[in-house]
Design a binder for this molecule. Structure first.
Ligand SMILES: [Zn+2]
Length: 213
């Protein structure tokens, strides 16, 4: 008899999946120049990101206090591991999807795998990173998404998926902070690349699927 794969055997509680889709009204053409599938590198004690996204991560940490707080909270949750990989944006019309899959293990570990489309503008990266990391914090906080649909804090979409006001709000706040860095930060340091199209962003699909394993 073939032994069960280790990963399946370890997953005891549930898997949570999140999908966010960005669509742009404006036509934007771009070509990714870095290999999206390169091995992730450690950027904090428990967050690893694809090399192509490491400079983006550093930029967001410098630009946004809210993003720094998210990372600090994730760092304090030592049972959490976050792996951020880059996926090619699908087309010039739809900029692709950010996906977060979370596995909660019986021993307590929470492994979050985040896929971020590339390339995006800094404002778009800020919103995606902030939005998806907030979903990780929702899991750290043990938010009951089903229950939140009764208050309107979470919404169940036609396909059975969920979206939360909290993740939307925080993602947008981090995008704004990134575009308008806080006063007092030296202007010459870590200049944020121009962001021209984030106002046209529409984050229109979000899937949260709970699966018992
Ligand atoms: Zn979301």
């Amino acid at each position: 008899m073939t032994p069960q794969p280790l990963s399946r055997a370890l997953v005891r509680a549930h898997v949570v999946r999140f999908v966010s889709t960005l669509s742009l009204l404006a036509l934007v053409s771009a070509t990714a120049t870095a290999a999206p599938h390169a091995e992730p590198i450690a950027v904090t004690s428990n967050i690893r990101v694809a090399p192509v996204l490491a400079p983006v991560f550093d930029e967001l940490v410098q630009a946004s206090a809210t993003f720094r707080e998210q990372c600090d909270r994730i760092a304090r949750a030592s049972y959490v591991r976050v792996i951020v990989s880059a996926v090619m944006a699908q087309s010039t019309i739809s900029r692709g999807s950010a996906r977060t899959t979370m596995r909660r293990y019986a021993a307590g570990a929470l492994i979050a795998t985040v896929e971020i489309p590339v390339p995006l503008t800094m404002g778009e990266y800020a919103e995606f990173f902030g939005h998806e990391f907030e979903h990780i914090l929702e899991q750290i906080d043990r938010v009951n998404l089903e229950q939140q649909t009764t208050t309107g804090a979470a919404q169940r979409l036609a396909d059975g998926s969920f979206e939360t006001r909290r993740a939307r709000r925080v993602g947008q706040a981090i995008a704004i902070e990134t575009e308008r860095p806080a006063a007092g930060r030296p202007a010459s340091e870590h200049a944020v690349p121009p962001v021209g199209t984030s106002g046209a962003l529409r984050q229109d699909a979000h899937v949260t699927a709970l699966k018992r394993q």
